[in-house]
Design a protein around this ligand. Structure first.
Ligand SMILES: Nc1ncnc2c1ncn2[C@@H]1O[C@H](COP(=O)(O)OP(=O)(O)O)[C@@H](O)[C@H]1O
Ligand SMILES: [Mg+2]
Length: 190
């Protein structure tokens, strides 16, 4: 994480700030997990802990809505990291950079036919500066796209709409809510 932060930070000061913020983000998710004996975390609380500090900086607006659910420790860590990167990016480039800006986060269960139930979580920015698709992708993009996709077997879509970024993660309820079985082939039996 330090290497990735160093690669994209413009100055030593930026490196220090971004790196410390990332560690604080991870600590915030861990605090929440410790409160629940590391069994999972309430999604709305995870969102608030990760995003509110950045909303307050510029007195921007945040709306959160969705059913009360507990997500697994693994999902909380992955989604916590993604929310942190979304929030810092929004503060640097998007809606959270201005007091008029707003971020809406909502989630819902959905199901088609006999398929397993899924949860879709959406981050949507409004009223920020006009957005154009970026020329470069950094560590944040890696976290919200590839890491989220692989760690939760999820579908991720990122849309740099002119009126604000939209990020959607869609995963099975199973992938988000239950801990993966311990893999006994993990070297333990060698
Ligand atoms: N919320 C956003 N609104 C507008 N542009 C964004 C937003 N988030 C990211 N971007 C664009 O995507 C690029 C890549 O983001 P990221 O991978 O986090 O790298 P970094 O934050 O180091 O620039 C940013 O440089 C920016 O141009
Ligand atoms: Mg970033």
């Amino acid at each position: 994480m330090a290497r990735q932060t160093a690669r994209t930070a413009a100055t030593l000061k930026d490196f220090e700030t971004e790196y410390m913020q990332r560690l604080q983000g991870i600590a915030a998710s861990h605090d929440l997990l410790v409160n629940q004996n590391w069994t999972g975390a309430p999604l709305n609380e995870l969102i608030r802990r990760q995003v509110e500090p950045f909303v307050e900086t510029n007195r921007a607006n945040l709306a959160i809505s969705g059913p009360d659910i507990i997500i697994s420790a693994k999902a909380a860590q992955t989604i916590g990291l993604a929310l942190h990167e979304l929030a810092t990016n929004s503060m640097k480039y998007g809606a959270l950079s201005t007091p008029k800006g707003k971020v809406s986060i909502d989630w819902e269960f959905h199901q088609t036919g006999g398929e397993p139930q899924r949860l879709k979580l959406k981050w949507e920015e409004h009223n920020g500066p006009p957005v154009t698709p970026p020329a470069r992708k950094g560590f944040g993009h890696f976290v919200i796209d590839r890491m989220a996709t692989q760690s939760l077997s999820a579908k991720v879509t990122i849309d740099f709409r002119p009126e604000g970024l939209v990020w959607i993660i869609d995963a099975t309820a199973q992938a988000l809510q239950s801990e993966p079985e311990f893999d006994a082939g993990d070297g333990a039996s060698a």
